[in-house]
Design a protein around this ligand. Structure first.
Ligand SMILES: [Zn+2]
Length: 52
């Protein structure tokens, strides 16, 4: 986990590593560039943690 920018993650504002973003047939999924957690795109520029 990076020590940089996790504040945004704590606020639920995750950002994907764009090269790693994948389409799974339902939504875009990827990993947060800041905290490394699995995230999925809810809407434009709105990424949330993947519910598992
Ligand atoms: Zn994050």
């Amino acid at each position: 986990m990076s020590i940089f920018s996790p504040v945004l993650c704590m606020l639920g504002r995750h950002s994907p590593r764009r090269r790693k973003v994948e389409w799974n047939g339902r939504t875009y999924t990827g990993h947060c560039r800041h905290c490394g957690k699995s995230i999925e795109r809810k809407s434009h520029r709105n990424w949330r943690l993947t519910a598992e």
